[in-house]
Design a protein around this ligand. Structure first.
Ligand code: BJW
Length: 228
């Protein structure tokens, strides 16, 4: 069996990383238009760096939880039975990897990577970024940015994601509000292709109608139960 899993911020919530749109979530405290767009980075790079430096430190201090571990177990179990798991995350943290997952597709990029807007080179990056940070590849200052996908930018790996989505036997969305496209459209796309769809969330998401079945509860309980 081939399973496509899409994860969102809810899977990392119990690891202490804030979600975006829940009550008290990041976008209720910070304006995404001022922090998560290329225009914001061009206008006030110091503010954008400060926001992502804080988030990067949070990710480094967080640990994977039982839901991340259950998906890593599922990946191994499916492979042993001749199937596969395509694990696609909107999250910019590395908790799937540290939870034991071998192959993770980060469609919104990775906070622990940086990219140079001058020469395009990307590389692992665990430290704070600043406007004066030089690019190790081309030496230019002022162009290093978090290697994440901001609003208005094209998400990553879309061709591989679409191919995996349409060849899956089961689509599962975990801890995502269904508010951000194109990921919010995956459940409807899968269903239109005759693929079973299942949602795991604390509560029905914005796209709950696109799912054949649902499990409502905290990811650390619901995902291990589902994957068992
Ligand atoms: C739990 C839990 C627990 C809590 N257990 N569950 C109008 C209509 C349609 C589209 C658009 C439009 N206007 C603009 C657009 C496009 C735009 C968009 O969708 N905007 C919407 C806001 C309307 N999209 C884009 O710009 C994207 N690019 C694009 O479309 O390019 C064009 C293109 C597409 C395709 C082909 C070619 C070209 C880019 C989107 C980039 C999103 N970037 C961010 C920031 C990343 C960097 C960073 O981290 O700062 O990505 S925004 C933010 O939202 C982040 C997330 O990945 C993303 C999704 O959020 P997520 O994960 O769903 O989190 P929440 O907080 O929303 O939900 C958490 C859920 O967990 C909740 O449901 C809780 O109930 C649940 N939960 N605790 C289980 N313990």
């Amino acid at each position: 069996m081939n399973v496509f899993v899409l994860t969102g911020a809810g899977i990392s919530a119990e690891s202490g990383l804030g979600t975006f749109r829940d009550r008290g979530g990041m976008w209720s405290r910070f304006d995404p238009a001022r922090l998560a767009t290329p225009e914001a980075f061009a206008r006030t790079p110091e503010a954008v760096h400060a926001f992502y430096n804080l988030r990067r430190r949070g990710v480094r201090e967080a640990s994977p939880n039982a839901a991340h571990a259950a998906l890593a177990d599922l990946e191994r179990g499916l492979a042993a039975r001749g199937g596969g798991l395509f694990l696609c995350t909107q999250n910019v943290d590395d908790l799937h990897e540290r939870g034991g997952a071998r192959a993770v597709t980060h469609m919104h990029g990775e906070l622990l990577r940086a990219r140079c807007t001058a020469c395009g080179a990307g590389r692992p990056w665990a430290e704070d970024l600043a406007v004066a940070t030089p690019c190790p590849d081309c030496g230019r200052r002022g162009g290093m940015r978090p290697d994440v996908v901001w609003f208005g930018e094209r998400p990553l790996h879309l061709a591989a994601i679409e191919a995996a989505l349409l060849s899956a036997d089961l689509f599962v969305a975990i801890g995502t509000s269904g508010a951000v496209y194109p990921a919010a459209g995956f459940a409807a796309q899968a269903r239109a292709a005759g693929i079973r769809t299942h949602e795991i969330n604390l509560a029905p998401s914005d796209t709950a109608d696109a799912f054949d079945a649902a499990t409502y509860g905290p990811a650390t309980r619901a995902v291990p139960d589902f994957a068992a």
